[in-house]
Design a protein around this ligand. Structure first.
Ligand code: BG6
Length: 448
């Protein structure tokens, strides 16, 4: 099999920091097709030598001790730099010539759009008009995929004019984290556990993604989006759907995704009638973290960017219910925030008898206390100590090359979660719900 991997935004931060290192590891470990080319597309004029030099220095930085001159030399033979100004027809023809679609149909072409969503339209339109979208091509996009139902729908419509849903891979990098894949695996492999995975045995589920970082370099975006849209709509919703979904009869990508969407659609609506009881939003003020003092959110904005309004929430907690037989009256607490006391992502499952099980996503990757539910001797550690855990992107790119859509977000899934999120936001706006301050380094506001 042959592969053409085309990265738009090929010398941007994501490409250099995550995509190329992932491809390097896939190549090193024998997981790339026998023949492949990686074309990094960008508008800047760059010589091949400059490009190769840049990739080499970044790989050294990001794969550290795993950098190997010999492996790299072979890998680099497959790298191409392609200057394309997206608005230049001539440059596009150059790219089409390089891909030479008609010459060889026995291959895969993967277009990775590592560019802002405003660039999706020009890229997709040119791909379509130059007929660079044969059935053996795939498209990869990632968040932010819209900021509400309307804009997400526009993006879906735009992509679907050029690619079939079967060709589209929407990345949520949380789905590349090993513990998330293990949730399905373990539920599927242990029927005795699965039989107890419901309201009769579980009385509460806490899904927490807490971060120590603040707004970093993304003040404007984060202030506009808030963590509800930056984190809950995607990452927490993915964790929730894997925990809450019914298992399909067969573990096939679309059957799994059908069940995930079904769970999200069953989330009971939070709107202006109940938003004040069921949600709390917060913003950090100056505090202490890891023994040092850190400035508050508004101070950070002032230091970095005068134009952000400072109204974005940096913390949110939501008490959600899923209205179906399995989960009737079981609260799912979703909590995420920045500048909290620790970096941790986990699911805590509280049983009827108050015993607790944990699915630890990061920094540890393990299931703890599953034996409480059924005397199961499931290995607590999900990944052995001496095994390198692939970066989320490495796993996901490998799945794209294999053509497996299980761990990618389908169009209806994304729409269902935006619909639920939009109602929360509308509720906040109508009730003018206030943001609570919390100290950097604390655990954030509480929600009963
Ligand atoms: C990104 C968000 O999607 O996920 C960031 O935009 C957040 O705000 C990041 O910091 C968290 O990812 P991880 O893998 O570090 O938990």
């Amino acid at each position: 099999m042959k592969l053409d991997f085309v990265i738009f935004g090929g010398v941007g931060d994501l490409s250099l920091r995550k995509l190329l290192p992932s491809l390097y590891y896939l190549y090193r470990d024998g997981n790339m097709p026998s023949e492949f080319r990686i074309s990094c597309v960008s508008r800047a004029a760059k010589s091949h030598e400059e490009f190769i030099g840049l990739v080499k220095s970044k790989l050294k930085e990001f794969v550290g001790d795993d950098f190997d001159e010999v492996v790299y030399a072979d890998f680099a033979n497959n790298l191409i730099y392609k200057k394309v100004d997206l608005s230049s027809d001539e440059d596009w023809v150059g790219l089409a010539d390089c891909l030479n679609i008609q010459a060889d149909t026995d291959r895969e072409i993967i277009y990775y759009l590592s560019v802002p969503p405003t660039m999706f339209a020009p890229v997709c339109e040119q791909i379509k008009s130059l007929e660079l979208n044969p059935s053996f091509s795939r498209l990869v996009v990632e968040k932010p995929l819209g900021e509400d139902v309307k804009s997400a729908q526009e993006i879906n419509d735009l992509l679907s004019r050029t690619f079939d849903e079967k060709q589209i891979f929407r990345i949520d990098h949380y789905l590349g984290k090993p513990a998330l894949q293990k949730i399905l695996e373990i539920r599927n492999n242990y029927p005795a556990l699965e039989r107890r995975w419901n309201k009769d045995h579980i009385k509460r589920v806490n899904i927490t993604v807490s971060e120590k970082v603040g707004v970093e370099g993304r003040v404007e975006f984060l202030d506009r989006a808030g963590v509800l849209r930056d984190m809950v709509q995607n990452h927490l919703m993915q964790i929730l759907s894997l925990v809450a979904m019914d298992l399909p009869d067969e573990m096939q990508a679309d059957l799994i995704r059908d069940q995930k969407v079904a769970a999200v659609k069953r989330l009971s609506v939070i709107d202006e009638t109940n938003v004040n009881q069921l949600t709390v939003k917060g913003q950090y003020i100056a505090g202490e973290l890891d023994g040092g003092s850190v400035p508050g959110y508004l101070d950070e904005i002032k230091m970095k960017n005068e134009s952000a309004a400072g109204t974005g929430e940096t913390f949110v907690a939501i008490k959600a219910y899923i209205e179906n037989d399995r989960w009737q009256n079981v609260p799912f607490y979703l909590r995420t925030g920045k500048r909290l006391s620790e970096r941790k992502a986990e699911v805590e499952i509280i049983l009827e008898n108050d015993q607790k099980l944990f699915i630890e996503i990061q920094p540890e990757i393990r299931f703890r206390n599953l034996s409480h539910i059924n005397d199961l001797q499931i290995n607590e550690k999900l990944v052995a100590d001496d095994i390198r855990v692939p970066e989320a992107y490495e796993f996901l790119i490998h799945q794209i090359i294999k053509g497996d859509q299980t761990y990618f977000v389908r169009d209806d899934e994304i729409m269902a979660s935006w619909k639920w999120i939009d109602a929360v936001r509308a509720g906040w706006a109508t009730t003018n719900q206030q943001i609570e301050n919390y100290k950097a380094g604390s655990n954030g506001p509480t929600l009963d």
